[in-house]
Every structure is written in C-alpha cells, then in structure tokens.
Design a protein around this ligand. Structure first.
Ligand code: GLN
Length: 280
C-alpha cells in the first residue's frame, strides 16, 4: 500500500469517529510512522510502505480515533519558537499561553540578568521559551510532578538553556528559595465540576493535576497569589494565565496581596486570559 492510500484510509477511519481535522491528523501520524516530516510524505505519496509501517500507522490511527491528542502520539508540540517534547504527564502547550511569553518579553525589553520563577513549569514551554529568547536571563522552575520536571529538563537540553535553569520539586506554599524579578504561572484553573465538559481529548487524556483548580477553579491560583509577594522583589512583575471568567475575582485577589494591575489580555477567542501586575 502506498502512503497516499494509507493516509486516505486513516483519514476515513478518523472521520467516522468524528475526529475533526481527520486528513491533517492522518498525515501527521503517517509522518511520525515513517519518521519524516509532512512535506516528505506529501511529496512522496506513492512511496510503498512496509508491513511494519502499516501496522504502526494503524495503531496510531486507532489511538487517535479513541481521542488521544496528536501531540501525545507524536510526543511533541510546537510552542512560541521551539518544539517541545511532551508526554501525557504534562499539559499540551496551548497557543493562548504564548500570551505570557509575549508579555514577559514586552515588560523585560530593557532588563538584564533577571531571575524568573515559573510556578508549575509543566513541559517548560513558558520559561524555556523566555530563556531561549533572552540569553542573559536565569530561570527557576517548580512543579509538584517529578515527571514534569524530567520533561522540562529534556526540553531545556534540547533548547540548550540548562546552564541558566534550576528545577525543584515543590508545592508553591512550601517553596521559599530566593527572590525573583518576575514570576510566571499557568496554574490549573478549571472548576472540578467543569472538567467533564471540556473537550473529550482534554478531559480524558490530559493530566488532572494540570487542569483541576478545585471547587471554584481558583484554589491553585489563590495559592500562587498568596505566596507570590514573598517570592518576588519589590517592583517585580507577576504574569499569570487565568480561566475565561476569572478576571474580576483574580484582579481582586491580586490587589489584596499588594499588586498593581498593569494590564489584562484576551486570547484569540476573545476570552480574558492573561494578567500582568507589579508588586508595589
Ligand atoms: N487552557 C486549558 C484548557 O482549557 C487549561 C489550562 C489550565 O488549567 N491551566 O484546557
């Protein structure tokens, strides 16, 4: 069977299972199967597949048909300017989280040698993208998940920023190491009772630990905001991702802890997603 035929078969299987973007997913999974990029498979569509290739391809198609996200099947996701290694222990980097990176670069335009703390580093996509952009910035990442720290480490090696990165397994309430010029965080902020309404791919396959924000969705955000003043230098910035309906509540929590709100930012779906504030 040639590449083109197999891709069309794969796409049909996915379409029957109501997977959106079935053709694209089938192409990406074929590229993964034969370890080439998408251009190669489109340019060599009459190339004949081995029996083993076919078995591997249909195995990936089957997993995708059950809802497993493509990023977990190909074990990578592009974010900002780099490709990140991901497994099902980390949240898949999302385009809206690039708002944090964008705002960090904006507020640190004339900064040098600053120390940044990422609370809940996950795959490392936020902090490592920043370190890659700014060659004299230093980063510290904490996470409660050892697996996430291992993945962040792999990504730091891939992006060649390990010499400027420290990683610690810690909960934010228990973390007392250092004072930072800037804190970033994309904590879990989905209401526990809303997790079941997320897209099936998310709810069934992404880590609860990275999504579950407790009864009102704010329990982890509250923890980070309570601790941030102790970890951040005076006039330091705090840039954080929030749920679409959390802006007012989070702004109030931040003000109560002594932060001045600089700006809030909407994502491409026009939802409030990112808050930039300063410790006064
Ligand atoms: N934005 C993610 C989602 O809606 C949630 C990420 C988070 O809780 N930090 O799936």
């Amino acid at each position: 069977m040639n590449i083109n035929f197999a891709i069309n078969q794969g796409s049909k299987i996915l379409k029957n299972k109501l997977i959106p973007n079935s053709q694209l997913d089938s192409e990406i999974l074929m590229a993964k199967t034969i370890n080439k990029d998408r251009n190669y498979i489109l340019l060599n569509s009459d190339y004949y597949l081995t029996k083993n290739d076919l078995i591997n391809f249909y195995r990936l198609i089957e997993q995708r048909s059950l809802g497993k996200p493509v990023a977990y099947l190909v074990k990578k996701k592009f974010f900002w300017n780099s490709e990140f290694f991901v497994t099902n222990s980390t949240l898949i980097p999302r385009p809206e989280t690039e708002l944090i990176v964008e705002n960090v670069l904006q507020v640190t335009k004339s900064s040098n040698k600053i120390n940044i703390l990422d609370v809940g580093i996950g795959s490392g996509c936020i902090l490592l993208s920043i370190l890659k952009e700014r060659e004299n910035f230093y980063g510290t990442g904490i996470d409660v998940s050892k697996k996430c720290l291992n993945i962040s480490k792999i990504n730091a090696v891939n992006l060649d920023v390990t010499s400027r990165l420290k990683l610690y397994k810690s909960n934010v309430d228990k973390f007392n190491l250092g004072k930072y010029d800037l804190i970033v965080s994309n904590p879990p902020y989905i209401k526990k009772s809303d997790i079941k309404y997320l897209e099936k791919d998310v709810a069934k396959f992404e880590p609860r630990l990275a999504l579950d924000g407790g009864l009102d969705g704010l329990s982890e955000i509250r923890k980070v905001i309570k601790k941030a003043p102790k970890l951040i230098k005076k006039k330091g910035k705090f840039i954080l991702e929030i749920g679409f309906d959390q802006k007012n509540k989070v702004v109030n929590l931040l003000k109560k802890e002594g932060f001045y709100i600089n700006s809030t930012h909407k994502d491409l779906a026009n939802n409030d997603r990112c808050i930039v504030c300063t410790k006064i």
